[in-house]
Design a protein around this ligand. Structure first.
Ligand SMILES: Nc1ncnc2c1ncn2[C@@H]1O[C@H](COP(=O)(O)OP(=O)(O)O)[C@@H](O)[C@H]1O
Ligand SMILES: [Mg+2]
Length: 237
């Protein structure tokens, strides 16, 4: 469970002010137009600011029990690449080695063929799958993934969303996403952010209306429900 209370952010032209936002166990999609504050929200939760990285202290029943990085895994929107093998990258931030978990992640993300390649040479989608394995190796209870579907082909978009949904049985997973249809198909809740404000807070995908989505993105959109999925159309196309 992650509860955010009285979170304030002030970049001058851009401000965010969140009174109260909670994410329980499950997969939670965060939607919003470019520049609405999705990445800033994740960075603020972690305690990152523009010129420093300062992990937030976490308190339980009045006592400090650690800092955010001990409880949260974070997959940023963009990550620097350097000369290190995919295998080393996957294990880089794990507190404990776990060979069984490692092997299962290699299978889940189909990484067998490039564990010994340096991450510099991987395609965008291959690197994204390596990053998913890396944060899964951390075995934290909360995972925040910023635009995880970016760079993934259709097969891996669904494969990774399925993996996130399975992990969300026992974890809190928050995913900033652009593909609203994919988000509504897989997520347990949808949160919408616009201009630094939460305009829909953790509602079930069934409750997201075409009007709400159109308002969020400032374009006319229609949502249609299929058997097990949602599709989103731009009205004027
Ligand atoms: N360190 C910063 N200093 C000043 N403005 C920033 C900084 N980080 C983000 N912003 C601004 O805050 C707004 C929200 O950015 P961001 O959270 O990255 O949006 P999103 O992830 O929803 O596309 C944007 O207008 C962006 O330019
Ligand atoms: Mg962003």
């Amino acid at each position: 469970m992650l509860t955010i209370e009285k979170l304030k952010l002030d970049y001058g032209k851009f401000r965010m002010n969140i009174e109260d936002l909670s994410f329980g166990k499950g997969l939670h999609a965060v939607l919003g137009p470019n520049g609405s504050g999705k990445s800033s929200l994740m960075r603020a939760i972690l305690g990152y600011s523009d010129d420093s990285i300062k992990m937030r202290d976490i308190y339980y029943r009045g006592s400090k029990v650690g800092t955010t990085h001990q409880f949260l895994s974070y997959l940023p929107q963009d990550s620097p690449v350097f000369r290190i093998t995919a295998d080393e990258y996957i294990n880089m931030t794990a507190d404990h080695q776990n060979e069984d978990l490692y092997q299962s992640l290699i299978e889940t993300f189909e990484l067998e063929n490039f564990t010994d390649r340096t991450i510099e040479v991987l395609s965008g989608g291959e690197f994204k799958r390596v990053q998913c394995a890396q944060i899964a190796m951390e075995q934290k209870n909360i995972m925040m993934l910023d635009e995880v579907e970016q760079g993934l082909d259709l097969k891996y978009q669904h494969q990774i969303l399925k993996w996130m949904k399975a992990e969300a049985d026992k974890k809190t997973i928050i995913a900033n996403m652009h593909d609203a249809a994919l988000a509504m198909t897989y997520a347990d809740t949808v949160t919408m952010i616009k201009d630094g404000r939460v305009i829909a807070s953790g509602i079930g995908p069934d409750r997201v209306t075409s009007e709400m989505l159109s308002d969020c993105y400032s374009i006319p959109l229609t949502i249609e429900r299929r058997k097990d999925s949602f599709v989103v159309f731009h009205n004027t196309l």
